[in-house]
Write a protein that binds this ligand. Structure first.
Ligand SMILES: *Cc1c(COP(=O)(O)O)cnc(C)c1O
Ligand SMILES: [Zn+2]
Length: 420
């Protein structure tokens, strides 16, 4: 099956455009990539995946940022701000306290709008231009709306975002507003917003740029290329495990796709592929439930709650792509409490890495899996932190030190410091 890690490179079908086409992951039907707008399979409604006749090797990459990886993308350039090229931080104190051989933090909060969503949008908006659409839309827990607004604005397109009322962090709404998105606050959760925007897209009102759109995942795939290249440059080997927060499971699917394509091109041996390890919040953990119970499908959770609003999702649309990724790489999934998330956020921040709560879930999950012995002490691990601390100032204030009022006087301040 094509979703195996070791499946051969498929031959380009007649519908391919320059060696690129879309394939249904359920029934295998193939479609021309840019001749019509489609998000799912015409026949079975299955998820679509972008396929290439010529998957890339590491030697094909040149330049910087997401477009360094153009050999593995549908276009040579895109609508760019620019994005990618994010740091792979060393965190020696955290590495020691978690107790693994190597721990690095891939901080995706360092992208232009402060989350990895920018990687998906630089490709997605380029595709929108190719298709000739001019009105873009998404449902969002916040970061997708910020990225869509910025990249849509850059491309001169109108943007419409649907947000769950009262559940989006302040920094993210501020971005969407100033980048000129039209913001609709829905009296429902993220999954309800996604249902509605899918209906709008199906009626031809808007071009959908949620991660259901297979081209978004192409851009996000470059997180994997960057991690593998940087880790290899520093240590001469690849990481054993990549731990990431899971919401709609787009990134999990994208990383798996990165690995499969490198295996197809011969750039990576199947046994070198890192174990994909997903982390969800206890109050929104349908993927964890499916992995732990060994289910092939994910049960939709109608009521979800967590401080990590970016992963407050009960119906992960990319689960059919992500579950095989976790299983076929020998990975796993784990749920963490909001308290564990806040703790990890604080620990990361004390080592200089400022992330929003959802991002810290990766570190909280790693700690839990290490404590329970699922992760070995001799592993090389990369944790993905997906969004910047400033995205959610309220969470940061609540988790951090409280400002102290002092008199406007040096001596009195010295006295205060001595006494407190
Ligand atoms: C979108 C987002 C996620 C979830 O990513 P998926 O690809 O949907 O699993 C996690 N963290 C942050 C900060 C995000 O913005
Ligand atoms: Zn199909």
């Amino acid at each position: 099956m094509s979703f195996d890690l070791t499946a051969a490179t498929p031959a380009a079908p007649a519908v391919a455009d320059d060696g690129v086409w879309l394939a249904c992951i359920e029934c295998g039907e193939q479609f021309a990539p840019f001749s019509a707008i489609r998000y799912t399979c015409d026949h079975c409604d299955g998820l679509l995946e972008v396929r290439y006749a010529d998957p890339p090797t590491f030697d094909d990459f040149e330049g910087r940022g997401v477009w360094r990886y153009a050999a593995g993308l549908p276009f040579a350039e895109g609508v760019t701000l620019p994005e990618g090229d994010t740091p792979l931080h060393r965190v020696p104190r955290l590495e020691e306290s978690v107790g693994v051989d190597t721990l690095r933090i891939k901080h995706e909060g360092m992208n232009p709008t402060g989350s990895f969503k920018d990687r998906g949008m630089t490709v997605g908006v380029r595709v929108a231009r190719e298709l000739g659409v001019d009105r873009l839309a998404c449902a969002s827990t916040g970061n997708t709306s910020a990225a869509l607004a910025a990249y849509g604005g850059r491309a001169g397109m109108a943007t419409l975002v649907l947000l769950p009322a009262g559940k989006v962090a302040a920094g993210k709404i501020a971005q969407a507003a100033l980048h000129d998105a039209r913001i609709l606050e829905v009296d429902g959760n993220f999954d309800d917003c996604l249902d509605i925007v899918q209906n709008l897209a199906a009626r031809g009102e808007v071009y959908l740029l949620n991660s259901l759109n297979p081209f978004r995942l192409e851009g996000q795939k470059t997180i994997g290329f960057e991690i593998l290249e940087a880790f290899r440059d520093d240590y001469g080997r690849f990481p054993d495990r990549i731990v990431l927060p899971v919401g709609n499971a787009g990134n999990t699917a994208a990383l798996y796709k990165c690995f499969r394509e490198l295996v197809q091109s011969g750039a990576l041996d199947p046994e070198q592929v890192p174990k994909l390890t997903g982390v969800q919040a206890e109050g929104a953990a349908p993927m964890v439930e499916a992995v732990q119970e060994g289910n092939d499908t994910v049960r939709r959770w109608d009521d979800v709650e967590t401080i990590a609003t970016a992963i407050r999702i009960g119906n992960p649309v990319n689960a059919p792509k992500a579950l095989p990724g976790i299983r076929n790489t020998g990975g796993t999934a784990v749920a963490v409490s909001d308290e564990e998330i806040t703790d990890a956020q604080r620990t990361l921040a004390r080592e200089g890495v400022g992330v929003e709560p959802a991002s810290a879930a990766s570190v909280a999950g790693l700690r839990k899996l290490r404590d329970s012995g699922v992760v070995d002490a001799d592993e090389d691990v990369v944790c993905l932190t997906t969004g910047h601390l400033l995205k959610d100032p309220d969470a940061a204030f609540a988790a951090g030190n409280k400002p102290e009022s002092v008199p406007n006087d040096t001596d009195e301040i010295l006295t205060y410091l001595a006494e407190n």
